[in-house]
Design a protein around this ligand. Structure first.
Ligand code: AMP
Length: 220
């Protein structure tokens, strides 16, 4: 099972991803973290990334695409990824689908966390004290919120059209949100598993038999 989680900065994507990873034995792929790792290395690319992140804008699709590429073709992560903060625009969403398809995978759920700007400002100021991220100041937070809003609508529509979108109220407590997400994942896992059982045990001549059975173990 591969999951996408998105929401504005401070919505709790990272926190929730970490819980989901533990609960469902998945791997978190956070593009924000990969970018910050690159900054820590202090390479030329890292410096370029730093200057973009600090303004609250998006890093180029090419840079982010290159950073995640190797994880998508790695058997270790196959059908076990939670994409935290990726995709952030329609180009990334389409490109993710294509690369996954090439690697015989797909997205199974797209989780959208909704949070108001007021809550975000509060959470980011709390996080600033804990994590000391350079982009966690109010001015950059507002810019990042606007960047998110300006780019995310087509991504929402993209996943809505594929019937993968689940909207979650991100204003609740960490554990409330976690429970809600867990229920969604369990339901979808059970549903996928049932279909696959049926296809695998019931109709072996089905055209989709092959791919259902191939995926069966990776989603259990
Ligand atoms: P995050 O940790 O997800 O809040 O991301 C921090 C910053 O990294 C964002 O404000 C963007 O500047 C950059 N970033 C993270 N993920 C992406 C992405 N998928 N595409 C472009 N920029 C990204």
């Amino acid at each position: 099972m591969n999951i996408v989680i998105f929401g504005p900065p401070g919505a709790g994507k990272g926190t929730q991803s970490k819980y989901i990873v533990e609960k469902f034995n998945l791997f978190q792929l956070s593009t924000g973290e990969l970018l910050r790792e690159e900054i820590t290395k202090n390479t030329k690319l890292g410096q370029e990334i730093s200057s973009i992140i600090n303004t609250g804008n998006l890093v180029s699709n090419e840079i982010v695409g290159n950073l995640i590429e190797k994880y998508l073709s790695d058997e270790k992560f196959k059908n076990r990824l939670i994409f935290d903060g990726y995709p952030r625009n329609l180009t990334q969403a389409k490109s993710l689908n294509e690369v996954l398809k090439k690697n015989d995978q797909k997205i199974d759920i797209a989780l959208k966390l909704t949070v108001s700007l007021e809550t975000i400002k509060k959470r980011i100021s709390d996080r600033k004290n804990l994590e000391n991220r350079k982009d966690d100041n109010e001015k950059t937070a507002i810019k990042r919120f606007e960047t998110y809003e300006n780019n995310i609508k087509p991504v929402i529509d993209f996943y809505k059209q594929s019937n993968l979108l689940k909207v979650i109220d991100g204003e609740g407590s960490v554990s409330e949100i976690c429970d809600e997400i867990s229920d969604i994942i369990k339901r979808i896992k059970g549903w996928l598993w049932e279909i696959r059982q049926y296809k695998c045990d019931g109709n072996t001549n089905s055209l989709i038999y092959g791919s259902y059975c191939r995926d069966k173990h990776s989603t259990e």
